[in-house]
Design a protein around this ligand. Sequence first.
Ligand SMILES: NC(=O)c1ccc[n+]([C@@H]2O[C@H](COP(=O)([O-])OP(=O)(O)OC[C@H]3O[C@@H](n4cnc5c(N)ncnc54)[C@H](OP(=O)(O)O)[C@@H]3O)[C@@H](O)[C@H]2O)c1
Length: 430
Amino acid sequence: MSTARVGLIGLGTVGTGVARLLRERREEIRARTGMDLDLACACDVRRERARELRLPARIFTTDADELLGRSDLDIVIELMGGLEPARRYLLKVLSQGRSVVTANKHLLAESYREITAAAASGGASLFFEASVAGGIPLLKSIREGLAANRVNGVEGIVNGTCNSILTQMTEKGMDFKAALAEAQAQGFAEANPALDVDGHDSAHKLVVLSALAFGRAFRLADVHVEGIRGVSRDDIRYAGEMGFVVKLVAAGRRVDGGFDLRVHPTLLKKHHPLASVGGVYNAVLVEADAAGRLMFYGRGAGQMPTASAVVADVIDAARWLELPAASRARATRRIEAGRTLPMAETRSRFFCRFNVADHFGVLGRIATELGRHRVSIQVVLQKEQRPDGVVPVVMLTHPAREADFRKALSRIDRFSFALEPTAFIRVGAD
Ligand SMILES: NC(=O)c1ccc[n+]([C@@H]2O[C@H](COP(=O)([O-])OP(=O)(O)OC[C@H]3O[C@@H](n4cnc5c(N)ncnc54)[C@H](OP(=O)(O)O)[C@@H]3O)[C@@H](O)[C@H]2O)c1
């Protein structure tokens, strides 16, 4: 049995878990998989990490260039995060034909084509299971378990911070600010939560997931992104009365003329498989043409779930090293760019809340304006007047073109009876 020599850069939350699994489970992993994984070098700018992990001094360095300069490492794990110098490190390792395992969704989403092209030209393998939905073995299932399928769509809750905030808002009737403060107090949200609550982290994961699902390289700019700051507890309540829950959903699907990739708050029917996914949990639905609809559920982040996915990748990378050179070359390929539909051309159903003065004829004028823009109404509910005099009128529309709907709203919001801009949330498919 050959031994794969592993280098690890970044001994923070995930790296610490990975170092522990590699060292404490070495025998079990060898017995179960036949792969012997030797943590030969670990690097972190913080010297105290070596002490905390009781790493022998001979395998620890604070200088990543020293680790990268070692020619005896077969696999390099990048868990330092961020864009630079992580990108430079990955490109260097891949160009040397050595395997890379990373969980860095932000970097992959920014530079997917460049990094996969470097892997293809270096004849190197690249694994990134932990970059999407943490501990859930999702990418491997798509890559291997669904290899005979054409994937038509992926749809998921992939950010635990947003999901726990929306869960609190739904269950306890909290507003966004209070739910965010609670998530921060419990350690589920960062002090600067922008990457999560503004939807960017979900978009990073959607770019990576879509690349695997559709075999195309997308850019972050291809994804329409909206976060959850604008979701109000009133909308969650009104949606609930209509049989829906509000979730931040990342969805990618094949459509006529390309792909539709988006992250935004979404109304899901209460019986939808994603509707009951609460708190910090993640879940992803995959629509595969032969296998049908599959659901993956589990912990989307955290030290040991994420480390579990990283070590599974290291085992795959070690298996790859045992392939004959010709098979390796066949398995690395450049992927094509994907064409995405501009959001204005997409179609959705909309939940909207018009905030109007209590005047005669208001409903008729809203309906007329929507109709003029080819938006037809499915349900209308007029809610009780608020103490500030605003009357919320809640509607569900039939599917409409985004551009038409937006034009209708911009006209309606200019009427004198419109006291506040109209709020809206798109409705997901059943
Ligand atoms: N945490 C999760 O649950 C989770 C889940 C899925 C994916 N991920 C991804 O996994 C990666 C790691 O996340 P994490 O939460 O473990 O991050 P983390 O706790 O911040 O750990 C990163 C570690 O790398 C060190 N570092 C930064 N730059 C370095 C350099 N140039 N050379 C050597 N060490 C360096 C950091 O030191 P300083 O602290 O001094 O900068 C820190 O100790 C990220 O890409 C993240 O997106 C994390």
